[in-house]
Ligand binder design. Structure first.
Ligand code: GRG
Length: 297
């Protein structure tokens, strides 16, 4: 299952990288230094998971992945913007990302802020100019909401509050789920939903995909917490051990590595059960669960 998943991830990843490179090369209206800074982070590697989820759900519902490709690339632009801003000294203050100096280390803080802003806006230019159907417009609305002030950015705000021990719930485990769902889960989930929307999914399918996506988002962030504790810089391409150094509330700080792993496995099983409700070939997404549980990057 993992091999099949990895082979398909590679196909989606190359399609995304080629599309992003061609698109950015065509945008010679963007000032050269800004375009270099945007391209630096877009081309620094990364798993391309969000675009893969989008194209895979589009294919799962029977439409060719090319229909979801501009949208998938837009998702990767938004994700890349979030990483650039997350690494800034005012946020997580990270010097490395995707195995390279983070954007502000390579281009300076001002250009990194602007490259993030530009990627966010360019994502919506790209997605909106490729809207051909009412479903495409619906997908864009979902994307704007998930990435926005009540979605991923709200999650980042909760995360910053948590550093000052201000939590969204008196129950730490509930707080963790709330922060993870917003900060990480929303964008991953909307990737899955948008591919399906573009392929004409009905509301029942979208509801099931949303439930699956949020479970997957939580699983993904738990494994991110575990990798921060036991992963290595070479595989991950970013500084590790930061959560412990900053006494951050994570699955590892709350439960320890072993229990965090057990919880991750239980969530993966639960997410697979949700997939079982869908009358489609969900093998890519079951493979995603196994890949996430054993991932090292
Ligand atoms: C608006 C100023 C301003 C900042 C926004 C929204 C935001 C900052 C940050 C988003 C929060 C964030 C970065 C969440 C982390 C999610 C996560 C686990 C990222 C790593 O994703 P991977 O492993 O990365 O898919 P690759 O490099 O493989 O793409």
């Amino acid at each position: 299952m993992i091999r099949m998943f990895e082979a398909r991830l590679k196909v989606y990843s190359s399609a995304t990288t080629d599309f992003l490179r061609d698109y950015m090369e065509s945008r010679n209206d963007i000032p050269q230094q800004l375009r270099s800074s945007m391209l630096y982070s877009l081309m620094a590697g990364g798993k391309r998971l969000r675009p893969a989820l989008c194209m895979a759900s589009c294919e799962m519902l029977g439409k060719e992945r090319v229909n979801a490709l501009p949208f998938a690339a837009a998702l990767e632009m938004i994700h890349t913007y979030s990483l650039i801003h997350d690494d800034l000294p005012a946020m997580d203050n990270d010097d490395f990302r995707r195995g390279k100096p983070s954007n502000h280390k390579a281009f300076g803080e001002a250009m990194a802020i602007l490259a993030g802003d530009a990627l966010l806006n360019t994502a919506f230019e790209l997605a909106s100019f490729n809207c051909k159907t009412v479903d495409d417009i619906k997908a864009m609305q979902y994307l704007a909401k998930a990435a926005g002030a009540s979605g991923m950015i709200a999650g980042q705000v909760m995360d910053i509050d948590a550093e000052n021990e201000v939590y969204p719930s008196p129950d730490p485990s509930e707080s963790l789920v709330m922060i993870h769902e917003k900060k990480t889960g929303e964008l991953l989930t909307v990737g899955i939903m948008c591919g399906a929307i573009i392929a004409g999914a009905d509301e029942q399918t979208l509801t099931a995909l949303k439930r699956f996506g949020l479970k997957f988002g939580l699983l993904f962030q738990i494994t991110d917490d575990i990798l921060d504790a036991v992963g290595d810089f070479k595989s991950l391409g970013k500084t590790i051990g930061k959560d412990n150094a900053t006494s951050k509330l994570t699955y590892v700080s709350l439960y320890g590595v072993d229990e965090a792993r057990e919880r991750a496995s239980a969530i993966a099983e639960d997410a697979k059960r949700t997939l079982g409700e869908l009358p489609y070939d969900t093998s890519f997404f079951s493979g995603l669960m196994d890949f996430t549980l054993s991932r090292t990057w």
